[in-house]
Design a protein around this ligand. Structure first.
Ligand code: GLN
Length: 244
C-alpha cells in the first residue's frame, strides 16, 4: 500500500507579512504538490503561535517596517531557534524582502530601534534613502529568476554568506555589489516579490523537493507540464530587459 505523501508548509506571520502578492508563493508550492498527488498542509504561524513540529517548508513574506517591528520580537528566541534548527537539519525555506531581512543578524529601520534577526543568514540590513522599485532578473543555479522588487532596505552579505545569484536587471540586495539574495542549506532569502514561484517553477520544485526529502527521505518529483509557467517567465524576462 503506498503511504500518502504529505508536505507541511509553515507560513510565518501570514496575515502580517504578506505584501506584493507574496501569498502566491504558498499557493504555488501547495498546488505543485497537489498536481503530484502530494497532500499540502498549510499552517499559518501567527504572533504567539508555535512552529508546527512537522514543518517541512517555511515561507516568510514581505512586510513594511511596522509589520516587521510587530513580528521581530516574537520571532527571536525559541521560535527563531526552532526555524534555524529545522533548516540546519534540511528543511526548506523561502523568505522575501522584510522576512528575509529578519532572518539575518539585524534590520535597522528608518525611524525605529534596530530589530534583532535570528542569524539564519549571515547578512545585515538597514533602511536606505532610496526605494528600489522595479523588475529584477537574477542569474542563479536555477537559471534566470524573474521578479519584482520594492524595498528601501539594503542587505550586505557577511563573510560566510553565499549569494543566491547575480543581478542582471534591478538592484538586488543593495544596488552596489550585484548580489541577489542569499542561500544557506535549503533556505533562500531574496527581494523578489511578484510572486516569485509561479513564474520560476524550477525554484519552486527545488524547495518542494527539499521539503519532501527532509520529511521522508524521498524528494523525487514527477515532471509537470510547465508551459504556462515558462510563458509567464519569458514574458516577465522580456519586460524586465525592455524596461531596465
Ligand atoms: N521594510 C522593508 C524595506 O522597505 C521591507 C519591505 C518589503 O518587504 N517589501 O526594505
Amino acid at each position: 500500500m503506498t503511504t500518502e505523501r504529505v508536505v507541511t508548509i509553515a507560513w510565518l506571520y501570514g496575515s502580517k507579512m504578506n505584501i506584493y502578492g507574496d501569498r502566491g508563493n504558498v499557493l504555488a508550492l501547495a498546488q505543485r504538490a497537489r498536481w503530484r498527488g502530494i497532500e499540502p498542509h498549510v499552517v499559518v504561524v501567527g504572533i504567539g503561535e508555535a512552529i508546527p513540529p512537522e514543518s517541512d517548508i517555511f515561507f516568510f513574506g514581505g512586510g513594511q517596517d511596522q509589520e516587521q517591528i510587530a513580528v521581530s520580537h516574537d520571532l527571536t528566541g525559541a521560535k527563531g531557534a526552532a526555524i534555524k534548527t529545522s533548516v540546519e537539519d534540511g528543511a526548506a525555506l523561502l523568505s522575501i524582502c522584510g522576512g528575509y531581512q529578519l532572518l539575518g543578524h539585524e534590520y535597522r529601520p528608518h525611524d525605529a530601534e534596530p530589530l534583532p534577526g535570528i542569524g539564519l543568514f549571515d547578512i545585515e540590513s538597514e533602511a536606505g534613502t532610496e526605494r528600489f522599485i522595479g523588475n529584477v532578473v537574477i542569474d542563479s543555479q536555477w537559471g534566470t529568476l524573474v521578479g519584482f522588487e520594492n524595498h528601501s532596505g539594503l542587505t550586505f552579505l557577511g563573510e560566510t554568506a553565499t549569494p543566491m545569484g547575480t543581478v542582471q536587471v534591478g538592484r538586488g540586495n543593495n544596488g552596489q555589489d550585484r548580489t541577489g539574495g542569499a542561500i544557506y542549506e535549503n533556505a533562500i532569502g531574496c527581494y523578489l516579490h511578484g510572486s516569485l514561484l509561479p513564474k520560476n517553477p524550477k525554484l519552486a520544485d527545488w524547495l518542494l523537493s527539499a521539503g519532501l526529502q527532509y520529511r521522508s527521505g524521498e524528494g523525487d518529483l514527477d515532471p509537470l507540464n510547465d508551459e504556462i509557467e515558462q510563458t509567464a517567465h519569458a514574458s516577465a524576462l522580456q519586460r524586465a530587459f525592455a524596461t531596465r
